[in-house]
Unconditional design. Structure first.
Length: 166
């Protein structure tokens, strides 16, 4: 069985929103007749709006591939064996996005999600294999991955919890 999970956008929510705005702007520029400028704006906006990263797991051959999907179409990455990982773990993850305006007003967004990580031989989280919005969904997914991948579940100490500021 092949499991494919999108883990996160290459750029933050604010950049993706700006990418969509520029995508629409690029289309308007193309329709106005400025083909070179419109094409450049359209390509850059498409890259920002649709590029994301993910993980593909092949449970039959016991391989994992971390990938980036450029423009939402082109998948890059290499397959690795499960042998270098000893288990999986669940970690709550808080992301804070801060944006400042020209008038020096600060707007921030704080989101908490739950991520399932592979655990390497040093008993540290290696990389994300799935993101979940609720703790219940994350626990159910953790149990499913443990069965599918035939790997034990490890608990994480509090100092290994992650906080990311964008």
């Amino acid at each position: 069985m092949i499991i494919d999970n999108n883990t996160e956008r290459a750029f933050g929510k604010t950049a993706v929103f700006a990418g969509v705005i520029f995508l629409l702007t690029g289309i308007v520029i193309l329709l106005a007749g400025a083909f070179i400028i419109g094409a450049v704006v359209f390509l850059i906006a498409t890259f920002v709006a649709f590029t994301y990263s993910g993980v593909e797991l092949n449970t039959e051959s016991r391989e994992v591939k971390q990938y980036n999907k450029l423009f939402g179409l082109i998948k890059t990455g290499k397959w690795k064996s499960f042998d270098s990982y000893i288990g999986i773990t669940l970690i709550p993850f808080t992301t804070v996005e801060v944006m400042s305006s020209w008038s020096n007003r600060i707007s921030s967004t704080k989101t908490t999600d739950y991520r399932i990580f592979f655990v390497d031989k040093a008993r540290k989280p290696a990389f994300v294999i799935k993101r979940c919005k609720s703790i219940q969904n994350a626990r159910n997914s953790l149990d499913e991955f443990s069965i599918w991948l035939k790997l034990p579940v490890y608990s994480v100490r509090k100092k290994e919890r992650r906080r990311m500021v964008v």
